[in-house]
Design a protein around this ligand. Structure first.
Ligand code: PHE
Length: 358
């Protein structure tokens, strides 16, 4: 019987030593195959007497069963190991953070424009949009700046194709043409509604609401350095009625600046100046009471009382209608609000800079 125990032990050891199903099948052949050791033992029984054959046969069968059991156990173990390895190789780590989509955001100047619109909106101002390619008439002439007026040389104008010699097209040098465009539309709309009968006392009679509008947008001048870009932004403001004075301009613009910069102690200065389309005219400077910019006067807008010739070009009687206009620089306001000192950063499109304003 000893030889059987040895065979079983040796089979169990052989099965344990292999690591792949193929090797296991080879090992199996050595014991249970056609010329395997168990098979040989069976053959060896032929010469034995009948009685011994019985006991020997039963013992070999037990050994064979033990080997088969060991084989099956090892097969299962190898299959389990293989499955385990596969599971590990194909594992999905659901605790890894997902791949993020790039998060977009508004350009800092757009944020400023939204802010300007919200503040003036709260004061009852409409928002108007107009063309960037403008005619000489709207950009200059209608704004009381005749052809040979020296004030035209204040602006270095980009001229574009399409107009005539007498009436060239250009990229608007300011948003002031929107004063005329919007006012003309406004007057036309309300006069039509009143069947042409409304002129004097329009605003007070309620037949024509006051003109109260801002017009933000892109403007262009031949100019380029750290504080000037050939494309820049302006926001026009216009309030025309029958009793709108310079004090309304002061109140409205002061209120706007203090709200925009969230600083009720901000100081404003209206410094006498000249624009052909306003009389009197003023540059508006602001001063922060504290912080890194404290003590400096910072120019933020041009302004004034709308010139009678401009009121006339709006289709209104300057004897009756009066108002104020201003034109401010949203790029400048953005630089002051966020402490940016080079205007060109806004238009270079460097995502590292822009993403800071998300
Ligand atoms: N359009 C003027 C400029 O670009 C600013 C301005 C607007 C001044 C309205 C007065 C009134 O400099």
């Amino acid at each position: 019987m000893n030889d059987l125990t040895t065979v079983v032990d040796s089979a169990v050891a052989a099965f344990a030593a292999v690591n792949t199903p193929a090797d296991l099948e080879n090992a199996k052949a050595q014991y249970l195959g056609k010329s395997g050791r168990i098979t040989d033992m069976m053959k060896g029984m032929a010469a034995l007497p009948v009685e011994e054959k019985k006991t020997r046969g039963a013992a070999i069968n037990l050994a064979k069963q033990a080997i088969e059991a060991a084989l099956n156990a090892r097969r299962q173990a190898l299959a389990d190991a293989e499955l385990q390895a596969q599971l590990q190789a194909e594992a999905l780590d659901v605790t890894l953070p997902g791949r993020q989509r790039g998060q977009g955001g508004l350009h800092p100047v757009s944020l400023t424009l939204e802010r300007i619109e919200a503040i003036f909106g709260s004061m009852g101002f409409e928002v108007a949009q107009g063309p960037e390619i403008e005619s000489d008439w709207f950009n200059f002439t209608a704004l009381n700046t005749p052809e040979d007026h020296p004030a035209r040389s204040m602006h270095d104008t980009f001229y574009v194709e399409g107009g005539s010699e007498a009436a060239p097209n250009l990229l608007r040098t300011h948003t002031s043409p929107m004063q005329i465009r919007h006012a003309v539309q406004h007057v036309k709309k309300h006069r039509l509604a009143a069947e042409g009968s409304v002129t004097a006392g329009d605003f007070f009679s309620g037949a024509m609401p006051e003109i109260r509008v801002i017009a933000p947008g892109r403007t262009y001048r031949v100019d380029s350095d750290a504080t000037h870009s050939p494309m820049f932004h302006q926001c026009e403001g216009l309030w025309v009625g029958e009793a709108i004075s310079f004090k309304d301009l002061k109140f409205v613009f002061t209120d706007f600046c203090r709200t925009f910069f969230e600083n009720k102690d901000l100081v404003l200065r209206f410094r006498p100046s000249f624009f052909p389309f306003t009389e009197p005219s003023a540059e508006i400077d602001i001063q922060f009471p504290s912080g890194p910019l404290a003590g400096r006067w910072l120019e933020v807008a041009g302004s004034g009382q709308v010139h009678p010739n401009v009121i006339r070009n709006m289709g209104l009687d300057p004897e009756r209608y009066i108002g104020f206009a201003f034109g401010m620089g949203p790029d400048r306001l953005t630089m002051l609000r966020y402490g940016v000192n080079d205007l060109r950063l806004f238009f270079d499109g460097d995502i590292r800079f822009l993403s800071q304003f998300r």
